[in-house]
Ligand binder design. Structure first.
Ligand SMILES: Cc1cc2nc3c(=O)[nH]c(=O)nc-3n(C[C@H](O)[C@H](O)[C@H](O)COP(=O)(O)O)c2cc1C
Ligand SMILES: Nc1ncnc2c1ncn2[C@@H]1O[C@H](COP(=O)(O)OP(=O)(O)O)[C@@H](O)[C@H]1O
Length: 319
């Protein structure tokens, strides 16, 4: 049993597809395989200006496993794969490599050279090769289709509550804490830094955040996501300053959950001016988080996140 998709975000639509595939696999007593591509085809074709990503590759793979897929295949999307026709893709991957019994895809799924392959091709080749091909119904919320594009727009607008409803969990980015220039501590704002490995994050700015993976409870924090123009940075980084925390986080796996957008990233004339602003950001973040904590107590709306494992081994997602 195989499902295929870009799966960026693992939103409600993706989850419905994977869950359905897993249920069919269990019914037929065969393994459930979730197939995706890395880089995403759109990243491969636009290396200079890659489209923003909701989910990093590792988070995607972990998220698919957390949804009970038995195997996750991330096909390396390179020059060769990009030249395979739809027919070649079906023959080589689905028939020869995976011997699929059934293949499930989302609405409007396209594959193969020039996006020439579609559900009709899957059905035609499936009849000849002996596998079934099916498309799941699109998932709607509030009268609109759930899509990665819609979620990117909502995140950019800073509406994290709406994004959480479409994702089925709060938006978060996870990873291992790396060393930076060790400047933060001299400003009074040490920050745990996460990198994006050449991917373009879907967000930019300063945020009130909860950090998961430090203790039992989410840790209140203020985070900056951007290239740090004040210190002539280039690479995008997510930096979380944890309130009332003192300890070594290098190498630790954390997950940063976004709660509120505070402001855009700016280029300051000097570090003193940046630091003054960071104090204001911190005060604002504490306020937002206090409100968020209250709201959650009153409306514990979201179900437990299957993508968020316990503690430091949390899935790298929104994840
Ligand atoms: C709350 C907060 C707000 C920030 N805002 C900006 C900003 O507007 N512009 C900028 O260039 N860097 C900003 N930064 C990033 C700092 O430049 C960075 O944390 C500092 O250079 C320390 O870097 P280091 O972790 O490599 O030591 C911000 C960081 C935090 C924690
Ligand atoms: N309150 C805190 N918030 C975030 N990191 C902290 C905090 N206190 C100590 N640290 C540690 O300090 C490191 C960040 O210090 P910083 O001077 O910004 O160095 P770097 O440039 O390497 O990120 C973090 O990776 C973590 O190990």
């Amino acid at each position: 049993m195989v499902c295929i998709g870009a799966f960026d975000g693992l939103h409600l639509g993706h989850r419905a597809l994977v869950r359905h595939t897993v249920a069919r696999a269990r019914a037929l007593g065969v393994p459930a395989v979730a197939l995706s591509f890395e880089p995403l085809p759109r990243e491969f074709f636009a290396p200079a200006a890659p489209p923003p990503r909701l989910l990093l590759p590792r988070a995607k793979a972990e998220g698919l496993l957390a949804l009970d897929a038995d195997q996750v295949g991330l096909l390396r999307f390179n020059g060769e794969l990009s030249r395979w026709s739809g027919e070649e893709f079906v023959q080589r991957v689905l028939v020869e490599q995976l011997a699929a019994r059934e293949v499930w895809v989302g609405p409007q799924f396209r594959f193969g050279k020039a996006r020439g392959g579609d559900i009709a091709l899957l059905r035609r080749m499936g009849e000849a090769a002996g596998f079934g091909a099916h498309e799941i119904e699109p998932v709607h919320l509030d009268g609109e289709r759930v899509s990665s594009t819609r979620i990117r727009e909502i995140l950019l607008a800073g509406d994290f509550a709406a994004a959480a409803r479409l994702l089925g969990r709060p938006y978060a980015i996870g990873g291992h804490v790396v060393r930076g220039r060790q400047l933060g501590r001299t400003l009074g704002f040490p920050t745990a830094n996460l990198r994006f490995g050449g991917k373009t994050p879907a967000l930019s700015g300063i945020y009130a955040t909860w950090v998961h993976g430090i203790g039992e409870r989410p840790w209140s924090s203020v985070s900056s996501l951007g290239t740090r123009p004040t210190v002539a940075g280039v690479e995008p980084l997510l930096e979380a300053h944890l309130f009332d925390f003192d300890g070594d986080l290098y190498g630790r796996r954390i997950e940063v959950e976004f709660v509120a957008h505070l402001r855009a990233e700016l280029k300051f004339p000097d570090l003193a001016t940046l630091t003054q602003q960071m104090h204001r950001d911190a005060a604002q973040a504490r306020q937002s988080l206090a409100l968020d904590a209250q709201r959650r107590q009153l409306h514990p709306a979201l179900p437990p996140d299957p993508l968020r494992a316990s503690g430091a081994d949390a899935a790298e997602t929104t994840a």
